[in-house]
Design a protein around this ligand. Sequence first.
Ligand code: MIG
Length: 786
Amino acid sequence: MFGRILDFEVKGNKVYIRFEKNEGRIEVVSSAIINVFSPLRYDDHYSRAVESPVTEKCDFKAVDGSGFIQITTDDLTVKVFDNFAVDFYDKSGLLLCEDYRGERAPFTRRGNVSIAEAEGHAALKNSGKHEIEIIKKLFGDEKFYGLGDKTGNFNKKGHEYEMWNSDVPEPHVETHKSLYKSIPFFITLREKSAFGIFFDNTFKSYFDLGKENSEYFYFGADEGNLDYYFIAGPEIDQIISNYTKLTGVVPLPQMWTLGYHQSRWSYAPESRVMEIAKGFRENDIPLDVIHLDVDYMDGYRVFTWDNERFPDPRKTTEALKRDGIKIVTIIDPGIKKDKGYSVYDEGLKNDFFATDPDGIPYVNAVWPGDSVYPDFSDSRVRDWWAENQKIMIDSGVSGIWNDMNEPASFKGPLPDDVSFKNDGRPTNHKEIHNVYGHLMSKATFEGIKKHTGKRPFVITRACYAGTHKYSTVWTGDNQSTWEHLRLSIPMLLNLGLSGQAFCGCDVGGFFSDTSAELLSRWVQVGCFSTLFRNHTAIGTRDQEPWAFDKKTLCINRKYIKLRYKLLPYLYDLMWECENTGLPPMRPLVLHYSQDSNVHEINDQFLFGRSILVAPVVEQGKRYRSLYLPEGTWYDYWTKESIEGGRAILRDAPLDVCPIYIKAGAVIPNYPPQNYVGEKKIDELTLDIYPGDSSYCHYEDDGESYGYRAGKYNHYRFTQHAGDSTVIKIEKPHKGYAGSYKTFKVVYNDSNFTKVCFNGSPIESKIQGSAIEFIIPAEEGTINLEV
Ligand code: MIG
């Protein structure tokens, strides 16, 4: 496709390379990020993911080697050869990644497949050749992570995937190549290195990570630009930070969005919603959000209410708010083709809908029957959609749930030639499909932001790379099965590594009937996922925390309360996420990449740096083996200390999710609340575990953008542990009035008996193996002595 190198020229951060047949470009985005580009479709990047300029000024050299061009930055050396083969080395000269110099050679499939088809088996086919194909050599030591919401195990090696947003109502299994989301970004971990690759192409794309041949992996697409970013490691956290420099970070959400959400397809009419709200309060279970599914609308017309079921939405939402409960409503993209329905009429008048090639609005069917599809690739339509959010906001809705935006369609898939305006670059469905949900979410976010002035809460099912700037996601229609509880962990971990750090799955499972035991175990995972929402389908058995027996209720209550206790810790993690891109829910490999025992763990994860969770994900299991990485860990329930770097066995009765805390951890805890903001938190508990460490706690008003103007506080706790222990408290940033008057310190695993704060003795009491005391919430020094 490229032929021999003829010559090259450096302009700014780009090296323009003339090949016999095409032009290639290497752009030094930063010393650790290299873009490989060829203008096969547009003359320059045309990205829906990388929205603001990211190129940093940095020194690099481009020289003529013999037979190749060598580009050197502080972190990387890139060698470009004939046929636009590109090899990457780290600064020590270690080869990280090289283009495979042969042709693709898929394995042979044997037998007459049509015989199997007769029984209904889908014929398996090897993926054909693609217009754009980047084939990289496999050295054999690779692990692959990321790629969004793909099914299967955490490590994607040996599998193939496609990026084509798909509504998949049937059970999600390992052989599915695509689900709702397209995040064409993955991380490759090798023995002594790691790197990331982001293939920024919105057409259907293909990823084969060593399935068809163990000599290479490849990614490709049939159209669009050749446009990928190589992101240097060696640490996985650096790769994620650099990936989110390109695609943006998850902005700090309002704190209530991190509380517990209850949902069900069929919460209607109003009295049923009130009954659910009451159920939580009567059963002493915290709740911040109830979601209303399609049932609230008037004949599935978006931005309307069914006046019989919800006679006065504003009154309903206000009554719920008095009890701390916020309403989130679903909005689908499909607009009922219905003269007289204002949203349809307005869209039609203004040419806001995707059309067939003749310019006639394209019609398919979704919930309301015949429907048209807003063209979110047109900024005028996004502005209109943003304005429409006001209708919901005015009725007191606090967040918007975007469903069906793959886009889904009941009368077959949208044809390739459905036309979109694409912000002045008219195109068809093939280019827009994978960003349809992304652009819808962006419009929703902008609208809520404009009309509330607060940090918007949006959930979307479909997304592309970079959607995390605008929206949280859930993993779509899972099933109430143990298999899907297990699947949710690698899925959420890979979403987090793909930038989409604010994510969750339907706790309890969506389709089919959950069981008491399954719900009990699922809430133990949900407790630690950023989006914590129980949701189920219409017609399934009840799935609220009290839907089963008393024991199940108690287990739900225990973990939902634990979530509320840990909220300040999770909020700290969200702050960290906005600043570094790191997800709160993390695979162990993120912090222990040198330990090969953690590279493929599918059923354990970290919650920030300090908490390790090893949930039970098998029916009937009342103990489990788990792996603790190096260092000292504390069993959260017994406070027993355990040396890591080995596997252990832990009892796990149904109400126990094994949780471990890293030595040195400072975990901020809130007192019990029914919902976020119920109480003014004047005392923050600090749950501290011995060990040298430093921890930063973040505090702000929990809802506004004031923090962007410095209206927040940072508290730093630095611990020097030993025969006598010193904990220094500093306030490196003071920008917010704050509500803490005191800190209640719970210092675990202690034989200390004396406490001083700023030199004066402080009263304390021994509680089990901990010493507890209260100090003013001020800067100072705590001294602990025997
Ligand atoms: O295909 O609105 O994934 O969460 O409850 C059904 C009804 C359409 C799919 C979503 C699901 C939601 C359901 N929707």
